[in-house]
Design a protein around this ligand. Structure first.
Ligand code: FES
Length: 383
């Protein structure tokens, strides 16, 4: 059974590679947990692009290994036997692997087996940045710097990053498209975030020529930027000449726009500028877990240079931005993605959808992703 319906692939044109990437793009860095969730010596089981991985922190450094014994394919995590700090022994027949390299170091019950030292479980490079653990899900010869897979600004030295993550029941691409979709502002018209700031919030906005730019520099991350200052906003929704819904519009001198622009980057990370307030940037990842679920990694970054600024941001994060932004405001996005998923389940949604003018931004993203994705995760990669 193919991962994606071949009939659909024949119909989609110049973003075919994006539709093929149902399990995500291989050979990219993905944030999978916060550093604070993995203590020294602890073991975590995570999913990424359809693969099950074991994460372990040894002497401060994080390692990732496929959670599948080479002998008979069982998950090592079913009953983790870690007799030494850098090995894990399969609970079934004693195959013992070294975390750092994946090497089959020993078979406890067959110590002189010719296999020892000659076979390896797949391991993946890990790196920590801004309090997140990133895993490079890909092939050894493809590893590239993390800076090529995060939005510009995310790794800035003085940026303090806080956040949370949760599992959403939709494919990762519906996450990207929900976040970058200029028109989805309509869903947020009743957001409680309004109580914490006054912002201009049209019910819709259409990008004008020049608003959308593809960033494709050789050495940097690849993404599409959408500048909201070059948009035509719609404030009043009318039916038969009667205004039925209004977007809040404040005195432009007093109020500010909700955001000044968004951008979406490979391998599926959104940057929302000046949001939820000027001075803060939202960075959020839609990490593919499998065909129908993604890990929604929501973070906020603020430039902080003093301890006072850091503690102030941490307090505001807990009292304002987490409950009303990441939980309240983004809850609308989450249920929208989950309710959209059934239409795209059998892949026909990609050709049956009826996009309109502002959705041109989404098409730019699909094409860019198809051009620059470094490898499509296939069922063969899961074997
Ligand atoms: Fe793991 Fe046999 S299945 S040692």
């Amino acid at each position: 059974e193919p991962l994606v319906n071949p009939e659909v692939l024949e119909m989609v044109g110049d973003w075919r590679g994006y539709v093929e990437a149902k399990l995500g793009f291989r050979n990219h860095w993905y944030p999978i947990r916060f550093s604070s969730e993995l203590n020294e010596g602890a073991l975590l089981v995570v999913e990424l692009l359809g693969e099950k991985l074991l994460l372990k922190r040894i002497d401060g450094k994080v390692y990732a290994m496929r959670d599948r014994c080479l002998h008979r394919g069982v998950p090592l995590s079913r009953k983790p036997d870690c007799y030494t700090k850098d090995t894990i022994t399969c609970w079934y027949h004693g195959y013992t692997y070294r975390f750092q390299t994946g090497e089959l170091a020993n078979i406890l019950a067959v110590p002189d087996s010719r296999l020892c030292g000659r076979r390896k479980i797949q391991t993946y490079p890990c790196e920590e940045a801004k309090g997140l653990i990133f895993v490079f899900l890909g092939d050894e010869h493809e590893v590239h710097p993390l800076s090529k897979d995060v939005p510009p600004g995310f790794l800035d030295e003085d940026l303090m990053v806080l956040g949370k993550h949760r599992v959403v029941d939709s494919n990762w691409r519906l996450g990207c498209e929900n976040g970058f979709d200029a028109l989805h502002i309509f869903i947020h018209k009743d957001s409680t975030l309004r109580h914490f700031r006054e912002f201009n919030f049209p019910i819709g906005h259409t990008p004008l020529p020049g608003a959308v730019t593809c960033i494709e520099e050789e050495d940097g991350p690849k993404g599409v930027e959408d500048d909201f200052s070059k948009h035509h906003p719609i404030w009043d929704g009318e039916i038969d000449g009667q205004i039925v819904v209004k977007g809040p519009k404040f005195d432009p001198k007093k109020g500010t726009s909700a955001s000044i622009g968004t951008s979406i980057w490979l391998p599926g990370v959104l940057k929302v500028e000046s949001f939820p307030v000027p001075g803060i940037t939202q960075f959020e990842w839609y990490v593919p877990l499998d065909e129908g679920r993604h890990l929604y990694v929501q973070t906020l970054g603020q430039a902080c240079t003093t301890d006072e600024e850091r503690s102030d941001f941490a307090n505001k994060f807990e009292t304002h931005w987490k409950p009303h932004g990441l939980d309240g405001f983004n809850a609308d996005d989450i249920w929208a993605r989950e309710v959209t998923q059934p239409f795209y389940d059998d892949d026909y949604g990609w050709v049956d959808e009826m996009l309109c003018e502002p959705d041109s931004t989404i098409l730019e993203w699909r094409r860019l992703a198809a051009r620059h994705g470094r490898g499509i995760q296939t069922k063969k990669d899961l074997r």
